[in-house]
Ligand binder design. Structure first.
Ligand code: C2E
Ligand code: MG
Ligand code: MG
Length: 531
């Protein structure tokens, strides 16, 4: 409403009165003119109910004797009140619209906040990251701490959602305070995942320091219902990098990968994103994804490495070692894919393929040469391995006594695997304990194993490169291992023999057989002219 001076208001009123007077004297008389004047009075912005009262009294006083007066005043009041109602309705509509717009703005704000903690959510963080990356110029840097509470599900499951919410609110509060002190941007991405965004960082140390502070803040105990307190920990993935070339989603992805490393290593600490490690891991994932197709495309080949009698140097057989003839990467060694195959369960069909190929090859070898095939734990855990071996032996015509299976010390941990191994051994197949000394084998239990051969891992014979001078604890351990095997009636094989000196020394301590580059490298064909 306009603010008018006293004189201006008097002038306006005088105008209305003179208009009314003119309407009253008009020939012919038109009552509706009063209505228009009443509406204009409201439009002038000076109308109030008191003013209306004063105006009508005034008019009544001065124009009392005039004919049509009642009619004119009636129209005037009707015009006045009609206009006032319209104005009020319009004002209320404007108010309603403003309120609606407010609510919409609020809702849009809500879309950018976590509904529980009211911290900025993932969308808000991505927006902020986008803005920071757009604004900053080289050599600006930024950092992220992606924080995930350890075992939060247990809180929810065992204490209920209300306690869970209480924990989240407390974490949010502590992180918000920390962010406030450090000038960081906090966010709550999902159930138990939070972020601190650090802008204009100077290097990773600044971000890991913030991560330390966040861990310390979270690690304080949590008061929950009934005076109970909870110990809560967290793991943090840290990324710190130049803003150039960065993109919000990729930054978060990198932080997620670092967080996964932190969780895997041991909870309750931070890990910094390492692009080289990520590249290697991603390549492994890509390789893992290609494994099933590689199997159907028949890209796996089996090579054979001689197992030799140490005294004579003659081959007693060969170990079958799988390789992946990859269309782009060339010959890929098992170290790069066996554990992937174990994780995905593909080791079962792959192991069967190797076993079948190895037995088929060995059936064509002269004399009683052995073929030694690696068997993964997952294969031993599947029922049906003995039947499968029986079928392969029948199919290839290889006598059971010429097949040896190499198992790891892990079989000792699982009675079911031990049972399977017993069944296979009863078929006349030899069993070797591979990489002996590197696993969790409790020596006392070896005597319960249906084993025929101990394969001593290469790390135990490394010291022998130095020749007879190499003594000390290493020699004591090696001798004890060989004696243990012999005392249990087993043959002992040393792995990874690379030099003539090692071979001589092994002979000297009583080792029976060996395997290694010095005696023959893995090759497509076996036996070759050297065997
Ligand atoms: P492993 O069974 O202990 O096999 C011996 C490994 O040592 C082979 O590596 C062999 O090439 C390597 N080696 C042999 N002599 C020497 C030497 O003098 N010096 C050095 N540095 N290394 C030597 P490879 O072929 O890369 O195989 C690695 C592992 O992959 C094997 O260790 C075995 O655990 C696994 N593996 C290979 N083939 C199969 C398979 O068909 N099934 C399963 N489950 N595992 C397999
Ligand atoms: Mg082996
Ligand atoms: Mg081995």
């Amino acid at each position: 409403m306009l603010r008018l001076s006293r004189d201006e208001i008097s002038a306006l009123l005088a105008g209305f009165v003179s208009r009314l007077s003119a309407a009253l004297h008009a020939e012919p008389f038109v009552a509706d003119a009063g209505r228009a004047i009443g509406a204009d009075l409201v439009g002038s912005g000076i109308a109030t109910p008191e003013l209306l009262g004063a105006t009508t009294t005034l008019i009544g006083k001065y124009l009392l004797s005039k004919p049509h007066l009642d009619e004119l005043l009636g129209a005037f009041v009707a015009g006045y009140t009609g206009a006032l109602v319209d104005q009020t309705v319009a004002a209320q509509e404007a108010l309603r619209r403003a309120e609606l717009a407010d609510r919409r703005r609020d809702a849009a704000g809500g879309l950018l906040r976590n509904h529980l903690t009211r911290l900025p959510n993932r969308r808000a963080l991505l927006q902020r990251l986008g803005a920071v990356l757009d604004e900053r110029v080289p050599p600006a840097r930024l950092g992220l701490c992606l924080i995930n509470l350890d075992r939060f599900r247990t809180v929810n499951d065992s204490l209920g959602y209300r306690s869970g919410d209480q924990v989240l609110l407390t974490v949010a509060h502590r992180l918000e305070r920390l962010a406030g002190r450090g000038g960081h941007f906090p966010a709550h991405l999902g159930i138990d995942t939070f972020v601190l965004l650090l802008e204009d960082t100077t290097g990773p140390d600044e971000v890991t320091k913030a991560a330390e502070q966040a861990l310390a803040a979270i690690a304080q105990t949590f008061p929950i219902n009934n005076g109970y307190t909870l110990p809560i920990g967290a793991s943090i993935g840290v990324v710190e990098r130049a803003t150039t070339g960065a993109d919000p989603a990729a930054l978060l992805g990198a932080a997620e990968q670092a967080l996964a490393w932190a969780k895997r290593e041991s909870r309750g600490h931070w890990t910094v994103f390492d692009p080289d490690r990520a590249a290697a891991e991603n390549a492994r994932h890509a390789l893992s994804a290609q494994l099933p197709d590689a199997l159907t495309r028949d890209e796996f080949v089996v090579h054979f490495q001689p197992l030799a009698d140490l005294a004579t140097g003659r081959s007693i057989g060969a170990e079958a070692l799988v390789r992946w003839q990859h269309p782009q990467l060339g010959l890929v060694m098992p170290g790069r894919f066996i554990d992937l195959a174990e994780h995905t369960g593909l080791i079962v069909p792959l192991g069967e393929l190797v076993l079948r190929r190895a037995c088929a090859e060995a059936a064509g070898w002269p004399g009683d040469l052995l073929v030694s095939v690696n068997v993964a734990d997952a294969q031993l855990r599947r029922p049906g391995l003995p039947a499968m071996i029986r079928a392969i032996l029948d199919e290839t015509g290889l006598p059971a006594a010429r097949l040896q299976l190499e198992v790891t010390e892990n079989v000792l941990l699982d009675p079911a695997e031990l049972g399977t191994l017993d069944e296979i051994a009863r078929m006349g197949v030899r069993i070797a304990l591979d990489d002996f000394g590197t696993g969790n084998c409790r020596l006392a239990e070896i005597s319960n194993l249906p084993v025929h051969n101990l394969k001593i891992a290469a790390c135990f014979i490394d010291f022998l490169r130095a020749g007879p001078a190499a003594a000390g604890p290493d020699r004591t351990v090696l001798t004890a291992m060989i004696n243990l095997g012999h005392d249990l009636g087993l043959t002992v094989t040393a792995e990874g023999i690379e030099t003539a000196v090692q071979r001589e020394q092994l002979l000297a301590v009583g080792c029976d057989t060996g395997q290694g580059y010095h005696l023959g490298r893995p090759a497509e064909r076996f036996p070759n002219e050297r065997c």
